[in-house]
Write a protein that binds this ligand. Sequence first.
Ligand SMILES: *Cc1c(COP(=O)(O)O)cnc(C)c1O
Length: 424
Amino acid sequence: MKFDTILVQGGHNPSENRNAIAVPIYQTTAYNFNDVQFAADLFDLKVGGDIYTRISNPTTQVLEERLAMAEGGIGALCVSSGQSASLIAILNIAKAGDEIVASENLYGGTINLLGITLEKMGIKTRFVASQNPEDFQKEINEKTACIFAEALTNPSIAIADIEGLAKVAHRNNLPLIIDNTVATPYLLNPIKFGADIVVHSTTKYITGHGNAMGGVIVDSGNFDWNCSDKFKCITDKDPSYHGLSYTETFGKAAYIVKARAQLLRDLGCCQSPINSYLTIIGLETLSLRMQKHSDNALKVAKYLQNHKFVKSVCYPALEGNQYYDLAKKYLPKGASSLLSFVIDGDRAVATKFLENVKMLIHATNIGDVRTIVTYPALTTHRQLTAEQLEECGISESFIRLSVGIEDADDIIADIEQALEKAMA
Ligand SMILES: *Cc1c(COP(=O)(O)O)cnc(C)c1O
């Protein structure tokens, strides 16, 4: 199957579902065991099948198979949010005493997870300020368990050099984990460039309609967990499965089987069948939406670039952007919906702009079909002083857009009238 076929048909066989064409919602907690031996084999992980929806569910399984195919992986695990996807992806290989080397250009929630919550659990993160892969090398030591970065970053709109990061990771016998939320598998497949594990917040573009939280971990199956003695938790016998070794029993699928059988079982942040269903519907139109998001964002960026009330615009597909060359390499079809711009005015002007938008929605979310505008100085970065804001690359009149799939002319017209009123 090619990509667009996978999105609408992958992982679902109507004849196994009473010929239902749409994927049914299996709103059930538990499953009847055919016989006693089958139950025993299920619990020994000797046969596949459903036991309890915290661990697996047929609706969620369709989504997992589709997302694994779409990213070019060998298996996937759906979880309750993007945050739990990052958490499980890391805890599956890192324990207290280990370290992570991560880009500093990350989603705020991930910065908190790595820098504060995991640090309290004994897993320290060394953050790298630059996007240069060799600067990641400098932070790697004998405790490092993985490298973590975002392909296209939210909110700073930087691009990771995935191929370069993969080289550094593999030179040190480490896996590379890439958060591909903003690019999505339509615009970019990190596994093709050497990423070993891909995570997403499906809450954003994959669901696409702002109506279901979710996350996914996709395993490329390419990383050799026996390449060093750091990954004993995957290669050695697991006492919680009567001494089973994941690599011996599941080969290339060792990582993703362990994530489900051990961590999803124990941590419990499972996806609900109804959210999997909504995400499946969203995923079916991913290609159409991502192309339109990207085309609209480029139009809006070009309009803002020449605007007399706008100081600067940041969009990677815009010539002159510092990530333009990386965008051409990694995002040839388009650069997704995120763009930012700085109004030529102070906090009062930016506030007035926000008060006057009519169609644009003021919220903190991205990847919705609707255009969403956020004003970090007033919301997410509210506690920071003007100087601290400048340090984060965010000025007092910095506005961020997640450009939706409405008609681009309407989006531009709304920005235009709000800018006129703000500057009046
Ligand atoms: C939103 C987001 C997350 C967190 O996802 P949730 O589904 O909100 O938990 C992680 N990474 C990126 C890049 C995001 O945009």
